[in-house]
Design a protein around this ligand. Structure first.
Ligand code: GDP
Ligand code: IMO
Ligand code: MG
Length: 426
C-alpha cells in the first residue's frame, strides 16, 4: 500500500499537526522522519490543546502506532517529558516506537547552538536553540551518538569521550566556557533516560515495511518545511535536515516508489519565525492583524512570527520539489475581516520575472512581489464545513490560489479545531 507524506510548503507552522491528526484517522502508522524538538505541532481536540514536539501527531488515536524514524534527532530528556505530559492528559504513549538509528541531541549540542548564534551576532539564524544543527553536524562528522547507544553503557561512554574531547576544546578555547563533565552526562542519559527509553527502541525500518507489505496505511509526518530545507530552502536561514517529501525516504528508510500521495500544507497567508528573506512580508497594520487574529506566536518558543501575503511562487516551487499531489490550505478564517487581499503571482528583480523561486539568494533578497488583488469576504467562516456554504469571495480566493499553483486544494482549514475544515472534493 503506497504511503502518504504530509509536508510543510512555506517556512513552517502551516498547520501540519492539525492536518496530520486529521489524516491519521485513516492511518495505521504515523512516522516522523526528520527534525527534532524544534518542531511544535498543535492539535486541538474537543477544546483540549496538544503541542507536540517529538511525538508524532498520530498518538491521539488508539489505532495508530506513532514512530520516530532514523532521520529524527532525539533529546531523550525532552522525549520523556513529552510522554509524561501526554500521559497526564490521558494519552496512551505505550505504542510509541523510536528508531535505534536516530541520533541523540546531547547537552553540548544545545550549548553550542546558543553560542554559535551569539557568535553570528546580527547575522544570527534565529534558531530554536534546541541543538538541532550541532546534532546533525555530529552525525555528518560521524561523531554522533545514537539512540541505540543508550542500550550499551560501554559504547556510549566511548563515543561520548570522543565527541566531548572535541567539543570541550571548542567550548573552552573558542568560547571561553567551562568544559562539560562526561560523567554527569552519562549519569543523566544512561542512568535516568536509558531505562525509560529502552522499551520504545525498535527497528522502525522493518516496522514500516511490514506495515506497507500487509496493506496497512502509513503516513510520514514532516516537520519544518520546504523553505527551511537544508538543500532547497533559503540557505543559510534553514534548519539542518530535509523536510521535503524526499526526506521521508532517507529519514524513514523507504524508496520513492513507496510513496503515493504527497499532501502539502499551506497557510492562506505566509509566516516565518527566525531570520531570512521573506519577499511578501508585511510591516503594516495588516501584518499586525494577521499576527493578532492568527495568534502567530511560536508553539514552543513563543516568538512572534513574521507575516505576509500568500506567495504562489513559493508554492509552485514546493509543488515541484515535493511532487505535491494535493494541498491542504489552513487558516483561511484568519483572512475573514480583511477588505481586500493580495496574492503574489511572481517576483520581479531587475528586468527579470520569476514564477519559480530564484536559485540565487541575492535575487530572493531583492525580489519585488508582483501582486494580484482579490476582494475579501467580511464574513465569519469558522463554522463552515460544507464548501457550498462558503462566501463567493472566499471560494474565489481558494480557486485563484489553486489556479496559480496548479495542484488541487482539497482540504481547507477554517479554525484550529479538529472538525473545523471542509473538503472541496467531497
Ligand atoms: P505546524 O507546526 O505546522 O503543526 O503548525 P503550528 O501548530 O506550529 O501552528 C499552526 C497554528 O494554527 C496552531 O496554533 C493551530 O492550532 C492553528 N491552526 C491550524 N489550522 C488552523 C485553521 O485552519 N484556522 C485557524 N484559525 N487556526 C489553525
Ligand atoms: P514546525 O515543525 C517554524 C526555524 C527557526 C530558524 C531555523 C533554524 O513547527 O513547522 P533550528 O532550530 O531548526 O536550527 O532553526 O528554522 N524553525 C522553524 N520555524 N516552524 C518550525 O517547525 C521550525 N523549526 C525550525 O526559527 O529560523
Ligand atoms: Mg509549528
Amino acid at each position: 500500500m503506497p504511503a502518504t507524506v504530509v509536508v510543510g510548503t512555506q517556512w513552517g507552522d502551516e498547520g501540519k499537526g492539525k492536518f496530520t491528526d486529521l489524516v491519521a484517522r485513516e492511518m495505521d502508522l504515523v512516522v516522523r522522519y526528520q527534525g527534532g524538538h524544534n518542531a511544535g505541532h498543535t492539535l486541538v481536540v474537543d477544546g483540549v490543546t496538544f503541542a507536540l514536539q517529538l511525538v508524532p501527531s498520530g498518538v491521539l488515536y488508539e489505532h495508530t502506532v506513532p514512530v520516530i524514524g532514523n532521520g529524527v534527532v532525539v533529546d531523550p530528556r525532552v522525549l520523556l517529558k513529552e510522554i509524561d505530559q501526554l500521559t497526564a492528559k490521558g494519552v496512551d504513549c505505550t505504542r510509541l516506537k523510536v528508531s535505534g538509528n536516530a541520533h541523540l541531541i546531547m547537552p553540548y549540542h544545545q550549548e553550542l547552538d546558543a553560542l554559535h548564534e551569539r557568535h553570528l551576532g546580527a547575522g544570527k539564524l534565529g534558531t530554536t536553540k534546541r541543538g538541532i544543527g550541532p546534532a546533525y553536524a555530529d552525525r555528518a562528522m560521524r561523531t554522533g551518538l545514537r539512540v541505540q547507544d543508550l542500550l550499551d553503557a560501554k559504547i556510549f561512554r566511548q563515543k561520548l569521550s570522543v565527541a566531548l574531547g572535541h567539543h570541550n576544546q571548542v567550548l573552552t578555547k573558542v568560547f571561553n566556557r567551562l568544559p562539560l563533565d562526561p560523567d554527569e552526562i552519562a549519569e543523566e542519559y544512561l542512568g535516568m533516560c536509558a531505562p525509560r527509553v529502552a522499551p520504545f527502541i525498535a527497528d522502525t525500518v522493518g516496522l514500516v515495511h511490514e506495515a506497507m507489505e500487509s496493506g496497512k496505511q502509513v503516513l510520514f509526518e514532516g516537520a519544518q518545511a520546504m523553505f527551511l530545507d537544508l538543500d532547497h530552502g533559503t540557505y543559510p536561514f534553514v534548519t539542518s535536515s530535509n523536510p521535503v517529501s524526499g526526506g521521508a525516504c532517507v529519514g524513514a528508510g523507504v524508496g520513492p516508489r513507496d510513496i503515493g500521495r504527497v499532501m502539502g500544507i499551506a497557510k492562506a497567508y505566509v509566516t516565518r519565525v527566525g531570520s531570512g528573506p521573506f519577499p511578501t512580508e508585511l510591516f503594516d497594520d495588516v501584518g499586525e492583524h494577521l499576527v493578532d487574529v492568527g495568534h502567530e506566536y511560536g508553539t514552543n518558543t513563543g516568538r512572534r512570527r513574521r507575516t505576509g501575503w500568500f506567495d504562489a511562487v513559493m508554492l509552485r516551487q514546493a509543488a515541484r520539489v515535493n511532487g505535491l499531489t494535493e494541498i491542504a490550505l489552513t487558516k483561511l478564517d484568519v483572512l475573514d475581516s480583511l477588505d481586500s487581499l493580495q496574492v503574489c503571482v511572481a517576483y520581479e528583480s531587475g528586468r527579470d520575472r520569476y514564477e519559480y523561486m530564484p536559485y540565487h539568494q541575492s535575487v530572493i533578497h531583492d525580489a519585488k512581489p508582483i501582486y494580484e488583488e482579490l476582494p475579501g469576504w467580511n464574513t465569519d467562516i469558522s463554522g463552515i464545513t460544507e464548501p457550498g456554504n462558503l462566501p463567493r469571495a472566499a471560494a474565489d480566493y481558494v480557486a485563484f490560489l489553486e489556479s496559480q499553483i496548479g495542484v488541487p486544494i482539497r482540504l481547507v482549514g477554517v479554525g484550529p479545531g479538529r472538525e473545523q475544515f471542509f473538503d472541496r472534493t467531497a
